[in-house]
Design a protein around this ligand. Structure first.
Ligand code: NAD
Ligand code: TYD
Length: 356
């Protein structure tokens, strides 16, 4: 099966009003003016049309407000646009919310994926330049100890949270479609992303916003858990690379080769903040508070990315230091984006999650 020609494709993307999907679209819509991009998004609390302001008027971009679980709507989108590439970002994505209520995670992340697979299978029989990219996560592999080698693509799936269990379930479904129907799918598993437009419920964005508001920064447990951080534009680049050069039926691990303990991440953010605000050294660290640990908290994630370096010639290009400075700078200049989010839903969530 030949690789699709990105310069004249019809690309259905899901969940691109969220953090990573919007970074991908901002890049791709400008880069491939002859291709059509159709974005279906339910606009949950995490979906934000402001993330796509810079491309909303482009001729090759179309937004459809809809749920990937809506059978009739999804079927009519496939009939009307006949996409030859699908990139599935749509998901409930926050571990803490999955612990509070797993149902929507299983619905969107598993049944939503099934809905897309079924519709693609129906229309793709006569296509020869088609591919389905599933945006999965390192969390499906479970947790590492400090001395384990990083996850590679052959590690077993051992998810520990309702979120990661739902993502692993979708990965298994995709594997089954490939094995049973020869369905042209590829899976990307990426580590923790950070960068502009991330909803302030995740560690880095929450810490930055808390600093601007002079509010406590909650660190779970002892803060010694480790994540492998990747700047969001590097993830967008990885997905573009996968569409063009990935092999059908394969799984690819992506990461930033930047393992950090949570407490070190937070302290770095505090120190950058002190510098840009010309505050006394150590001033911001006073806002750090240690709170009750997350149940089932995974100790460490780390990705072995030697396969994608070799097979796809892909490397992360943004160091953690550069990415973190760019991110803080963006939040400083874009209060108009995040201040409105602090009302309503997020306010209630902060109360429920942190009792703050
Ligand atoms: P996000 O929560 O910022 O955005 C999710 C988007 O999906 C939102 O726009 C939301 O409105 C939409 N959505 C949710 N349910 C939907 C439904 N039923 N139908 C249509 N749209 C729906 O998530 P993100 O951080 O951008 O993550 C995107 C994808 O990348 C997810 O699949 C996630 O599992 C995966 N991932 C995320 C990270 C990370 O660090 N954030 C790392 C690796 C993989
Ligand atoms: P998060 O950004 O939720 O990503 P994930 O759980 O998908 O890795 O959390 C990153 C790490 O930071 C994780 O170990 C949990 C921790 N954390 C805190 O310590 N405090 C917080 O308020 C949040 C949201 C996360």
């Amino acid at each position: 099966m030949k690789s699709p020609d990105m310069s004249k494709s019809t690309i259905l993307v899901t969940g691109c009003c969220g953090f990573i999907g919007s970074a991908f679209l901002r890049r791709m819509v400008a880069q491939y003016p002859q291709s059509q991009f159709i974005n279906i998004d339910k606009l949950t609390y995490a979906g934000n049309l402001n993330n796509l302001k810079s491309i909303e008027a482009k001729k090759n971009y179309h937004f459809i407000h809809g749920d990937i679980l809506d059978r009739d709507k999804v079927e009519s989108i496939f009939q009307e646009y006949k996409p030859n590439i699908i990139v599935n970002f749509a998901a409930e994505s926050h571990v803490d919310r999955s612990i509070l209520d797993p149902t929507s995670f299983l619905e969107t992340n598993v049944l939503g994926t099934l809905m897309l697979l079924e519709n693609a299978k129906k229309i793709w029989q006569s296509f020869d330049d088609k591919r389905f990219i599933q945006i999965s996560t390192d969390e499906v592999y479970g947790s590492l100890s400090e001395t384990d080698p990083p996850f590679n693509e052959r590690n077993n799936l051992q998810p520990n949270s309702p979120y990661s269990a739902s993502k692993a379930s979708a990965d298994l479904l995709i594997r089954a479609y490939y094995e049973t129907y020869g369905f042209p799918a590829l899976i990307s598993r990426c580590s923790n992303n950070y960068g502009p437009y991330q909803h302030p419920e995740k560690l880095i964005s929450l810490a930055i916003v808390s600093l601007f508001l002079k509010k406590p920064i909650p660190v779970y447990g002892d803060g010694r858990q480790i994540r492998d951080w990747i700047y969001v534009d590097d993830h967008a680049d990885a997905i573009e690379c996968l569409i063009q050069n990935g092999e059908i039926g394969e799984v690819y691990n992506f990461g930033g080769e930047s393992e950090k303990r949570n407490i070190d991440v937070i302290q770095s953010i505090c120190d950058i903040f002190d510098r840009i605000r010309a505050q006394k050294e150590g001033e911001s660290r006073k806002l750090i508070i240690f709170v009750k640990d997350r149940p089932g908290h995974d100790k460490r994630y780390a990705m072995d990315i030697s396969y994608v370096k070799e097979e796809l010639n892909w490397n992360p290009s943004t160091s953690f230091e550069v990415g973190l400075n760019k991110t803080i700078d963006w939040y400083q200049k874009n209060e108009m984006w995040w201040v409105p989010l602090l009302q309503g839903e997020l306010k209630d969530y902060y109360k429920k999650q942190y009792h703050l």
